[in-house]
Ligand binder design. Structure first.
Ligand SMILES: CC(C)(COP(=O)(O)OP(=O)(O)OC[C@H]1O[C@@H](n2cnc3c(N)ncnc32)[C@H](O)[C@@H]1OP(=O)(O)O)[C@@H](O)C(=O)NCCC(=O)NCCS
Length: 159
């Protein structure tokens, strides 16, 4: 990963990087048909979350994970031009430092994200038909809570 990239944590209640996160999410939503949540939902969820961010050149948001207090990932996004460099797994690793287990939903059609999550050791727990506002179906995924989660994640980011 480039030396110009560093990480930040935005605590609940802060709007830091909110605008950039919304624009990144909207670009992905438009181009990839995922992360379709509306602005009000996104803003409320962002403000309630702890948001792990990766920043390039001190100002540019290139990836973020918005996490609820129970370890549920509300949003995970990496800028398309920065994918495949380990940013997504580092974001999940940061979440794993704070939580014994991590959960999330992903569209059943989002093969990219499903392969990513399964590669990190997430398991599909159940399918929820008609989960999304547009009628799309979701899988509910979980990582942990078996012992060794943190070790496994540390292994992942060392590679
Ligand atoms: C899913 C996403 C966050 C992955 O981010 P990323 O930074 O490219 O992922 P990483 O580079 O950290 O990849 C971690 C590992 O997963 C693997 N991986 C990532 N995407 C993969 C894919 N589509 N298929 C197979 N393996 C994949 C990588 O090869 C890597 O393996 P390694 O650790 O053995 O090298 C990114 O593609 C994204 O933002 N997608 C759009 C938004 C989205 O779908 N979010 C999830 C909604 S629930």
């Amino acid at each position: 990963m480039s030396v110009n990239i560093d990480s930040r944590v935005v605590g609940p209640g802060s709007d830091e990087f909110l605008e950039q996160a919304w624009h990144l999410k909207e670009t992905i939503s438009r181009d990839e048909g995922v992360l379709k949540q509306r602005r009000n939902f996104f803003t409320d969820a962002y403000r309630r979350s702890t948001v792990h961010c990766y920043i390039q050149d001190g100002t540019d948001l290139i990836g973020f994970a918005a996490v609820r207090r129970d370890g549920y990932i509300l949003f995970l996004a990496v800028a398309p031009e920065c994918r495949g460099e380990g940013i997504g797994k580092r974001l999940v690793a940061r979440v794993a430092e704070d939580h014994r287990s991590i959960t999330c939903h992903a569209r059943t059609t989002n093969e990219n994200a499903l392969q990513f999550y399964e590669h990190l050791g997430f398991e599909i727990k159940r399918r929820i038909d008609n989960y999304y506002e547009d009628g799309g179906d979701a899988y509910y995924l979980k990582l942990g809570s078996s012992a060794g989660l943190t070790d496994r994640i540390s292994d992942l980011i060392r590679r």
